[in-house]
Design a protein around this ligand. Structure first.
Ligand code: ADP
Ligand code: MG
Length: 240
């Protein structure tokens, strides 16, 4: 579903004439199959977010190629990427990124509004999804009136409202307390199981990483399989 081949990326620092190139990704190969959850673990500054930004077109890698859902997207321009992301990729962020002046319902339905979907269809789909995510009772609440766990559910509703086949998440539980973290990880697992959504989840936390069918580690700009840990673990096991 996601295929990254020989990805290299350097950031350029310093003034013109005395630039330094700082290599962050040094030849990354990663294939994520349809329906798989792959988690990526690594220290702060190891290049996790950079790799996710490459997979979502926000960073164009110095070298290498990216293909998603069978489409070679490496050389897409901004407009092509924007259109592609809307149709294929849902994002989950650490800080939720909800719009404070909109209710939970309005935040969740926003991608449908931008797409020009008629009101009755929007209302039905949004309420169904909020119910599925167990936050329909908070539809009229504003983000400031919701707990972190509830805000993350609204945020995931917004990222799933257009039914993307791929979900990308950067430290998705970073702002949640441990109880909400667990519930949120269980939610991701059930979305993966029931809807077959392919997931690439970045974290620095071993517990979060353990929901992956496969756990990768990034260090020195390279990937390795993260061994010595059970993968695809049912979270019920973790709680006990
Ligand atoms: P992680 O998400 O694993 O914490 P990042 O991918 O955000 O790491 O960053 C990897 C490295 O690249 C860090 O050393 C960071 O300082 C550097 N970096 C990230 N973004 C930029 C940028 N826009 N310009 C220059 N350096 C950057
Ligand atoms: Mg990061």
């Amino acid at each position: 579903m996601i295929e990254m081949c020989q990805i290299e990326h350097s950031f350029t620092l310093g003034r013109k004439g005395s630039e330094r190139h700082v290599p962050v990704l040094r030849g990354i190969d990663l294939t994520i199959n349809q329906g798989e959850i792959v988690t990526l673990i690594g220290r702060s500054g190891s290049g996790k977010s950079t790799l996710l930004h490459v997979a979502s077109g926000f960073i164009h890698p110095t070298k290498g190629s990216v293909s998603i859902a069978g489409q070679e997207v490496t050389h897409y321009n901004e407009a092509q990427w924007a259109d592609f992301r809307r149709r294929y990729i849902g994002f989950v962020f650490q800080n939720f990124q909800l719009i404070p002046s909109m209710t939970a319902f309005e935040n969740a339905e926003l991608p449908l509004v931008l797409q020009g979907t008629p009101l009755d269809v929007r209302r039905k789909r949004t309420m169904e999804l909020l119910e599925r995510l167990d936050i329909a009772g908070y539809a009229e609440h504003y983000p400031s009136e919701l707990s972190g766990g509830q805000q993350q559910r609204v945020s995931i509703a917004r990222s799933l409202i257009l039914d993307p086949p791929v979900l990308l998440a950067d430290e998705p539980t970073g702002s949640l307390d441990s109880e909400n973290e667990l519930q949120f990880l269980q939610l991701l697992q059930s979305l993966n199981r029931e809807q077959g959504i392919t997931m690439f989840i970045i974290t620095h936390d071993d517990k979060v990483a353990s929901i992956g069918n496969r756990i990768m580690r990034i260090a020195d700009g390279r990937l390795e399989a993260h061994s010595g840990q059970t993968t695809g673990r049912a979270l019920e096991v973790i709680t006990t």
